[in-house]
Design a binder for this molecule. Structure first.
Ligand code: GRF
Length: 202
């Protein structure tokens, strides 16, 4: 299946997803990386891998609809069937939701609905929670509000620092996200089994 990856950060999840595809744990071809920060480190990775990129500065467009219209053109040109977000730090607007709504998922470094938005690991650390984790969820118009596909908890140990917790969360993301993306693309849309037996999102 042809996937686009929306990523604007360091790209560690992009690496784990592309590696999974190379090792055939993920039956996907990443045909486009969409990035809203033209200097993001993930772009160097895209170049190394020879993955086409659409990188843009939002401020150069009149509004969200204008740059999302360009993104949609790129997605169609590459035959993208579904979209995987990993560190795209921008709310998805109507233009993309109209074309790809229900076909976009995201990974978030907390147990949603706790700690949505930016710096979720820091938010959880500062709140002193004893259990946090990783969520994979559908993308809707809200900030990390789409229906939940999968979650994995991670216990905060007495000996943890913010840095070790961050490393632990990243390790979970890098293992969990490729697994869930594979389940998601192997099944019809919006019927991925959650951890709750028998539950699904339709
Ligand atoms: C990850 O923590 C992901 O959960 C969140 O953004 C971060 C992206 O990190 N949505 P990276 O660029 O993949 O390292």
């Amino acid at each position: 299946m042809k996937l686009a990856l929306f990523a604007s950060g360091t790209g560690s999840n992009a690496r784990s997803l592309v590696r999974a595809a190379r090792e055939q744990r993920l039956e996907a071809e990443f045909v486009l990386i969409v990035c809203d920060r033209p200097r993001a480190p993930v772009l160097a990775f895209a170049e190394e891998e020879g993955i086409p990129v659409f990188a843009f500065s939002p401020k150069e467009y009149e509004n969200k609809a204008a740059f999302e219209t360009e993104i949609v053109k790129e997605l169609y040109a590459k035959g993208v069937e579904r979209i995987v977000l990993a560190g795209y730090m921008r709310l998805i607007g109507d233009t993309l939701l109209t074309e790809y709504g229900g076909r976009m998922i995201n990974v978030h470094p907390s147990l949603l609905p706790a700690f949505p938005g930016k710096d979720a690991i820091r938010q959880a650390w500062d709140a002193g929670v004893k259990v946090t984790g990783v969520t994979v969820h559908y993308v809707d118009e809200g900030m990390d509000t789409g229906s939940i596909i999968a979650q994995e908890p991670l216990y905060v140990k007495e000996t943890d620092s913010f840095e070790t917790l961050t490393a632990g969360i990243q390790a979970v993301e890098h293992r969990l996200y490729p697994e869930i993306v594979q389940q998601w693309i192997a099944r019809p849309l919006k019927t991925v089994q959650t951890n709750t037996e028998g539950a699904n999102h339709s």
